[in-house]
Write a protein that binds this ligand. Structure first.
Ligand code: HEM
Length: 410
C-alpha cells in the first residue's frame, strides 16, 4: 500500500518514512541524502511538517533536548495530537507513560517500571522463551520452506508480553492487530482510527477489570498496585502503560529477530560461524542491533525553534532515526559492514537520553534465545529466492515476510 500522500520523488524535500520504498531501501536513501546531496536534515510537508535528521550528533542532540522537543507523541500521524484528541491527557503525562511523558513527571513514571524489567526479573524468563521458540519450530513440521518472520519471529515477543501482563496468550492476534494500527496505519483518516482504538480500549478495560477482581502475580496487577508520590496510578496511566508495553515490546523485538535472521539467511559465512560458535551470539546480536536497529521514534517541536538554521515550527514532527545514527562513520568504523564480532559497539538502537529503552534486558534475551534456538534446530538455511522478502512500513523496521529454505536441521 502506498502512502496517502503518493509516491516519493524527492527524498530531500518531500520524504515519507511511511512510503513502503523507505524501509525497503533505507540505507541507500540515507547514503544518497548524506553523501550525494550533502543533506543532514531532510524535510517534508507531509503529516503537517516533518524533519529527518540523519547524523549521530543531530539525533543525539534532539533526543537529549527535552526543552525544545516534547515526547507528547512519538509516532508521526496525519493528525497532530491536539487535533486527534480534543481532550488530550495533560502533558507531561501523555497517553502512554513514560514514553509520552516529559520531565519532571517522566522520571517518576519510569522509576516505577524499572524493577519489573531488571535483569533479576527478566533472566528467569529464559527457559520459557526457549520453550516458546522450540514449540514454534516444532509447529512448522518437517518442511523445507518456512517463513521465518510469520512462523517464528513475530510470535515470540507477543507470547512473552502476553504472559508477563497476564493476558490470554490466544489473543496474540488482537495485540498484533492493535500494534499494526498504532505503528503502520498512520495515514488512515481520524474517524476510522478512533473507531478501531475504541475496540481495543474496550478489550483493555475488560482485562484490567478482571485483574482488579482477581489480582495475580503479573505486570498488570503490579501496575494496579504501584504508586507515584504516595498515590495509586490513575486508570488512564495503567491503561496507557499497558498499551506502551504492547506497542514497545512486540513489533520492535519481532523486527530485531527478523532482521538478524535475514542477515544470517543472506550471509553464509556469518551463519556458519554462529552455528559453530553459539557463544558468539550475544556479541553478534549487538551488531545486528546496530546495523539493523528497528526503532525510529519521534518528537514534537514545542515552540518555533531555529535548529542549526532549520526553521522548525511549533508542533512539527521530528523523527529520531536511531538506525541512521548507528551507521554514522564519525562514530562507527566501516559502519555499513556487519562485523559480528565488532568489539567497540556503543550503538543507539535502544535510544539516547532519558527515554532510553526500558525493556532492553528483555529485548536482548528474546533476540539471543531466538537466534540460538533457530541456529540449533536449523544449522543451515538460506533465503528462498523464489519468494519475495517484504519489509514493514513506518517507524519500526523489520522483515514481515522472510521466506527461507532449510538446508540442514537437527
Ligand atoms: C529490539 C527490541 C527493542 C528496541 C530496538 C527498542 C528500542 C527503543 C527505543 C529506541 C526507545 C526510546 C524511545 C524514545 O526515545 O522515544 C525505547 C523506549 C522504550 N522501550 Fe524499547 N525497544 C525494544 C524492545 C522493548 C521491549 C521488549 C520492551 C518491553 C516490553 C520495551 C519497552 C520500552 C519502554 C517502556 C520504553 C520507554 C522508556 C521511557 O520513556 O523512559 N522495549 N525502546
Amino acid at each position: 500500500m502506498t502512502s496517502i500522500y503518493g509516491p516519493v520523488t524527492d527524498w530531500e524535500r518531500d520524504f515519507d518514512h511511511a512510503d513502503p520504498e523507505y524501509n525497503a531501501n533505507v540505507h541507500q536513501i540515507w547514503d544518497d541524502l548524506l553523501n550525494k546531496k550533502q543533506c543532514p536534515v531532510a524535510h517534508t510537508e507531509r503529516y503537517g511538517g516533518t524533519w529527518l535528521p540523519l547524523t549521530h550528533e543531530l539525533v543525539r542532540e534532539i533526543a537529549y533536548d527535552t526543552e525544545h522537543f516534547t515526547s507528547r507523541s512519538v509516532v508521526v500521524g496525519t493528525t497532530k495530537p491536539s487535533q486527534f484528541d480534543p481532550q488530550p491527557p495533560p502533558s507531561p503525562i501523555g497517553n502512554a507513560p513514560p514514553i509520552s511523558s516529559d520531565p519532571p513527571f517522566h522520571a517518576e513514571a519510569r522509576r516505577l517500571l524499572l524493577p519489573a524489567f531488571s535483569p533479576k526479573k527478566i533472566d528467569p524468563w529464559a527457559s520459557e522463551i526457549r520453550r516458546i521458540c522450540h514449540q514454534l519450530i516444532d509447529d512448522m513440521g518437517d518442511v523445507q520452506f518456512v517463513d521465518a518472520a510469520q512462523q517464528y519471529s513475530q510470535d515470540i515477543p507477543v507470547q512473552v508480553i502476553a504472559r508477563m501482563l497476564g493476558f490470554p496468550v490466544q489473543d496474540a492476534d488482537k495485540f498484533r492487530h492493535f500494534v499494526h494500527l498504532v505503528l503502520e496505519s498512520v495515514n488512515e483518516d481520524r474517524e476510522t482510527r478512533l473507531a478501531k482504538f475504541m475496540v481495543f480500549d474496550e478489550y483493555l478495560t475488560h482485562q484490567i477489570n478482571d485483574h482488579i477482581a482477581n489480582p495475580r502475580d503479573d505486570l498488570t496487577t503490579y501496575l494496579l498496585n504501584a504508586e507515584i508520590m504516595g498515590n495509586k496510578l490513575s486508570p488512564e496511566h495503567v491503561g496507557g502503560t499497558i498499551i506502551l508495553l504492547l506497542v514497545a515490546g512486540i513489533d520492535t523485538t519481532w523486527s530485531g529477530i527478523g532482521s538478524s535472521l535475514w542477515h544470517l539467511a543472506t550471509n553464509a559465512v556469518d551463519r556458519r560461524r554462529l552455528a559453530e560458535n553459539p557463544a558468539m551470539i550475544p556479541t553478534a546480536v549487538e551488531e545486528f542491533l546496530r546495523a539493523y536497529a528497528p526503532v525510529t521514534m519521534a518528537r514534537l517541536v514545542r515552540d518555533d525553534y531555529d535548529f542549526h538554521g532549520y526553521a522548525m515550527k511549533e508542533e512539527d514532527w521530528v523523527l529520531l532515526p536511531f538506525p541512521a545514527a548507528n551507521r554514522d562513520p564519525d562514530v562507527f568504523q566501516d559502519p555499513d559492514t556487519v562485523v559480528i564480532d565488532r568489539e567497540e559497539n556503543r550503538h543507539a538502537a535502544f535510544g539516547l537520553g532519558i527515554h532510553r529503552c526500558l525493556g532492553s534486558n528483555l529485548a536482548r534475551l528474546e533476540m539471543n534465545v531466538a537466534i540460538e534456538v533457530f541456529l540449533e534446530r536449523f544449522p543451515d538455511f538460506e533465503l528462498d529466492q523464489s519468494e519475495e522478502v517484504t519489509w514493514s512500513v513506518g517507524q519500526v523496521r523489520g522483515p514481515r515476510k522472510l521466506p527461507v529454505r532449510i538446508t540442514a536441521r537437527s
